[in-house]
Design a protein around this ligand. Structure first.
Ligand SMILES: [Zn+2]
Length: 129
């Protein structure tokens, strides 16, 4: 029993994902701001220390995306053509540059994945023709 407890304590103190393992998972850019992704020190849902991929600029954990999808999404958000969070009204975020940036990054983060999905689906269907 004593041994079990010691083992558990040892596991608890270890990083679930090491910084190196986390850095190896990084792919692409931040889907919100297009910035560099990093291994961010955090704790998992069980309170254990770990590293997750995220963006310091957005203060968010991120999955990462190819830069081209981010660029297309950002253009569509900036032009107002596609806004995935339609309940987030732009003018309500225009009171400070930080809030406007948050609005832009949040809209872009979601749309980046939509753009990737649409592009891959177009390629897939084009191959079948
Ligand atoms: Zn970011």
């Amino acid at each position: 029993m004593e041994n079990w407890r010691d083992n558990n304590t040892f596991i608890y103190m270890k990083y679930q994902v090491t910084k190196k393992q986390c850095e190896a998972q990084i792919k692409g850019v931040c889907e919100g701001c297009g910035g560099k992704l990093e291994a961010l020190k955090t704790v998992d849902n069980g309170g254990k220390p770990t590293y997750w991929v995220g963006c310091n600029h957005c203060s968010c954990f991120r999955g990462g995306i190819d830069k081209i999808y981010f660029e297309v999404a950002r253009k569509l958000v900036e032009s107002g053509e596609m806004l995935p969070y339609c309940s987030m009204i732009k003018h309500e975020y225009e009171d400070t540059p930080e809030r406007l940036e948050y609005w832009l990054d949040t809209q872009t983060a979601s749309l980046s994945y939509d753009v990737e999905r649409i592009y891959l689906m177009v390629l897939e269907l084009a191959q079948e023709k």
